[in-house]
Design a protein around this ligand. Structure first.
Ligand code: SF4
Ligand code: SF4
Length: 73
């Protein structure tokens, strides 16, 4: 599994439901002072992508460290 560099939250779309926080298997997402999730510990995030998959509003995206695979053209 590729290691994540960051987990981005798109606040315009996030409705602060907390689902991503509740389901993160590593418990590395926390609520900021405004109620939005943020990645507290990217060393412990395993890059599973569950937060991205489970968000009903497509408001959270896992940003992976590795370069994108190119087509070789
Ligand atoms: S699941 Fe999506 S909408 Fe809900 S708090 Fe997380 S990022 Fe925001
Ligand atoms: S990628 Fe997995 S471990 Fe990392 S924040 Fe999302 S749900 Fe948690």
């Amino acid at each position: 599994m590729p290691s994540p560099k960051d987990v981005k939250i798109y606040k315009n779309w996030c409705k602060r439901c907390g689902i991503c926080i509740a389901f993160c298997p590593k418990k590395v997402l926390e609520v900021d002072r405004d109620g939005y999730p943020f990645l507290k510990d990217n060393q412990s995030c395993n890059g599973c992508g569950l937060c991205e998959l489970i968000c009903p509003d497509f408001a959270i995206v896992v940003d992976y460290e590795e370069d994108r695979v190119t087509s070789g053209e």
